[in-house]
Design a protein around this ligand. Structure first.
Ligand SMILES: NC(=O)c1ccc[n+]([C@@H]2O[C@H](COP(=O)([O-])OP(=O)(O)OC[C@H]3O[C@@H](n4cnc5c(N)ncnc54)[C@H](OP(=O)(O)O)[C@@H]3O)[C@@H](O)[C@H]2O)c1
Length: 362
């Protein structure tokens, strides 16, 4: 009899543990305002992932449990991502409804008259009837080479700025596309507080998501508070400090290599990682997700794809969160200032304050 009670106690306790851990392990979601759609808190970033690589990677990621993919017109890989999604669904592994696909209106299409043209092209490339989230990629706009769909560049290397960028007009067409069922949710990327406020004031569908650079060195506390007050979910791009950006910016734009952060190598992060038997990347991602921020780490390695998903079975302690919060460098921590597009800072909607912004430039 005594033994039976003991067994029941043990099984109750283990059941509680099982349910606790399975809850933590499960893919988590945030709920978007207005539509109440669920957005997975870990997505796969795909910048710098060439088409011939990303097709296999997306298929593998979906098999591993990823349900959220982040792409953009400018990443030149929408078609390959579309192929992977189509194959995964036709192989019977899941349905379109299981997935959350984000793409972005490019700088060269940042005007009301171009929204439908780009969205239709992107949907064709993705081989989808709708995207779950469509973001205006950047606040500024460039004039477009109509053949190549790339920015027009002047002989002196400066980009041809479209000085007539009007966010509210562009947003209105995005709202129409939502109404027509081609977009499920609307958002912005690389916009500042004033720019978002203007849209919030005029919009019927308020911005639901803001995608910005966000990591331990650049925690965007003020912007996050603003988003919280307006029921806007924040997605962190470069959540690992974008280790791949260094080679790209150094080779393509002649940036100085010394100025790029090495968040994964920080002793504070390594120490916390050891305590939890986790990797530095998992600590950086968990730090953000634990604060209701969506993360979209990019990886093309199967091993790291798995690693970046393995962040739901542990929790950072308040003291550890504080250590991480103290790493914030404010504006000096920003990597992506877009000054590599020569002359962009002269655009009336260039979103960032320039003081301290040229830290990464030679
Ligand atoms: N809206 C925007 O303007 C904007 C700007 C930048 C990025 N984004 C989006 O945000 C995504 C993420 O940003 P990001 O790609 O710049 O930076 P990130 O995700 O912080 O870092 C990606 C880099 O880290 C490496 N990596 C991934 N997982 C790792 C791990 N567990 N341990 C060690 N290294 C790891 C990757 O290499 P491997 O591939 O070799 O693993 C890659 O070089 C992009 O891919 C893109 O979808 C948006």
């Amino acid at each position: 009899m005594k033994c039976g009670i003991q067994l029941r106690c043990i099984s109750n306790i283990s059941l509680r543990y099982i349910s606790f851990y399975s809850r933590l392990r499960k893919m988590k979601f945030v709920t978007l305002s207005q539509t109440k759609n669920l957005m997975p808190t870990v997505g796969l970033g795909t910048w710098q992932a060439p088409p011939e690589v990303i097709e296999t990677v997306v298929y593998k990621a979906l098999d591993l449990g990823y349900r959220h993919i982040d792409t953009a017109f400018n990443y030149n890989n929408e078609e390959a991502i579309g192929n992977a999604i189509k194959k995964w669904i036709s192989d019977g592994k899941g349905t379109r409804q299981d997935l959350f696909i984000t793409t972005k209106l490019p700088h060269v299409g940042n005007r009301a008259s171009d929204v439908k043209k780009f969205l239709e092209l992107q949907l064709r490339r993705l081989q989808l009837d709708y995207v779950d989230l469509y973001l205006i990629h950047v606040a500024f706009g460039f004039h477009c080479d109509p053949e190549k769909l790339t920015p027009l560049v002047k002989p002196n290397g400066e980009y041809e700025l479209d000085m007539d960028t009007n966010h509210v007009e562009t947003w209105r067409v995005m709202e129409q596309c939502k109404q027509e069922g081609r977009i499920r949710n609307l958002g912005l990327s690389n916009f500042n507080e004033d720019q978002i406020s203007k849209i919030v004031k005029e919009a019927t569908v308020k911005p639901q998501v803001l995608q910005v650079e966000l990591h331990a060195y650049f925690q965007q506390m003020a912007l996050r508070k603003f988003c919280d007050e307006h029921d806007i979910i924040v997605t962190a791009y470069a959540p690992l400090g974008s280790p791949g950006a260094k080679d790209h910016f150094v080779s393509k734009y002649n940036y100085s290599p010394d100025t790029f952060p090495d968040l994964l190598g920080l002793p504070e992060i390594k120490q916390i990682a050891e305590k939890h038997s986790k990797t530095p990347a998992q600590i950086l991602l968990r730090f953000l997700v634990q604060q209701q921020i969506v993360v979209i780490p990019k990886s093309t390695s199967e091993h790291r794809l798995k690693e970046n998903m393995g962040i739901y079975d542990f929790e950072l302690l308040p003291a550890e969160v504080n250590v991480l919060k103290k790493l914030d460098k404010g504006e000096k921590g920003r990597i992506f200032n877009f000054l590599f597009w020569k002359g962009v800072e002269k655009h009336p909607e260039y979103p960032f304050k320039l003081s301290g912004l040229d830290a990464t430039q030679t």
